[in-house]
Design a protein. Sequence first.
Length: 136
Amino acid sequence: MENKQNRIILCLGSNWDKEKNMERAVEMLRAHFVFIRFSHPVYTEPVDCPLPITFLNCVAVLYSEESLWQVKNVLKDIECRIGRKPEDKFHGRVPIDIDLLQWNDQVLKTEDLTRKYVLDGICSLLSAGENDEWSQ
């Protein structure tokens, strides 16, 4: 039986120790997923967040043979290892948030896919040349 490569689009965000936590998340994702690329990080204003602290965001496109359930578990594990707690978002403290926006052709977070920084990140990654590196 042949495994199927799933195309996955993620959005990463942090408003707490932003640069350090984003770098750690990128390193952990690269360590787990062989075929992954990241957009350039951008600073954005908070959306639906009780604290008026800017976010650092980036988009990732990756390919994996893992199931949706397995990928979600990897993302949650990375968030926990970086220090994310369930109550953090309520208080506006976001060490790292890794959202799974799209799984193959299935859109999982429609509203997020309308944000300019997400669209810009996706466009930059999908229009990149074939010579771009897909791994570490």
